[in-house]
Design a binder for this molecule. Sequence first.
Ligand code: FNR
Length: 370
Amino acid sequence: PPLAAMLNSFDFESVAREVMEPQAWGYYSSGGDDEITLRDNHLAFQRITMRPRILVNVREIDMSTKILGVPASLPLYFTATALAKLAHQEGELAIVKAAKKAGVPYMLPTLSSYTLDEMLAARAPDQIVFSQLYVNPERSRSEEYVAKLEKAGVQALFVTVDAPQLGRREKDMRNKFTQQGSDVQGDEEDDGGVDRSQGATRAISSYIDPGLNWEDVPWLKSITKMKVLLKGVQCAEDAVQAYNAGLAGCVLSNHGGRQLDTCRAGIEVLPEVMEALKEAGATKETFAVFIDGGVRRGGDIFKACALGAQACGAGRPVLYSLASYGQNGIVRMVHMLQDELQMVMRLAGTPDIPSITEKHVITTNLADHI
Ligand code: FNR
């Protein structure tokens, strides 16, 4: 179907499934174990109901915002996903360019198909990007990588903390993984003898240090002036510990349902985290909270903002729109989310992002109690 026929982010998923190689589809679409969390990530948004206000002047709707100080056209960023070349020959380079066109930040993945230098070179002169970090068992390699990011003007470092072991993704494991020209681990030319016998997931797990722990946080902060955030927080205690450790924020995420199965969706974790952070004295200015997982509609972004998130990350929608229509597909996908968010904001009586509050949603169906 032509790009113009795409009506929502799910349409791209259907097209991607048709056009992608089965092994690439298996790697992108799979979740951990029984995929309960994978499915629930989007369903959790549907358990939140709207509580709109009427007779607000909604002639003009302003969706613009700042994400970690970076201007964005809506509260959305492209989160890090490994191996974008499995979707499209232009891989991460197309995502960098689409992010610029759509006016949203992109979090460069550590395990990219193109090298870090290639991704950085694809940026427009004034384009700000973030970066995701898998801490390598050889710490000096991570230090070099981070130094390079900082030198290139990358604004924030999201350290992935939910993957000391990669989840068991059976759809992916059934495919023998060959890399299709992808260059695992950013800059490394060699593949470090990775085991490719059990899908892409097993092949990349050797790059991640399972020994990483809270005592490493001072080291992480010491190796860079970038803002450091944790990606993959799942409960209030860890968010508060991150705040107390002097970090800049966290992403409530279950890694797109690819890690520990039967975890709660990020949106479901958000209320307990915001409440605990408030008690701990954190403010939106001192500690930024993001969510990702299952964000497929403009209304999902609205709900995340209502519950206190600064923005949401999109993972698979970016990969699927890239696989289906390349760079233009990604831009179109964002425009659709913008159209949806604009409508939801208008119908909810919230003309701009700051006017969206927890009073605009009802969360009694969320499992948010500790
Ligand atoms: C991911 N994700 C991920 N996260 C991370 O920190 N480092 C990584 O290398 C990857 N790789 C990756 C590959 C693929 C194919 C997917 C789908 C996801 C997780 C990602 O950042 C994010 O948490 C989820 O994708 C969000 O869920 P949705 O938007 O895919 O539902």
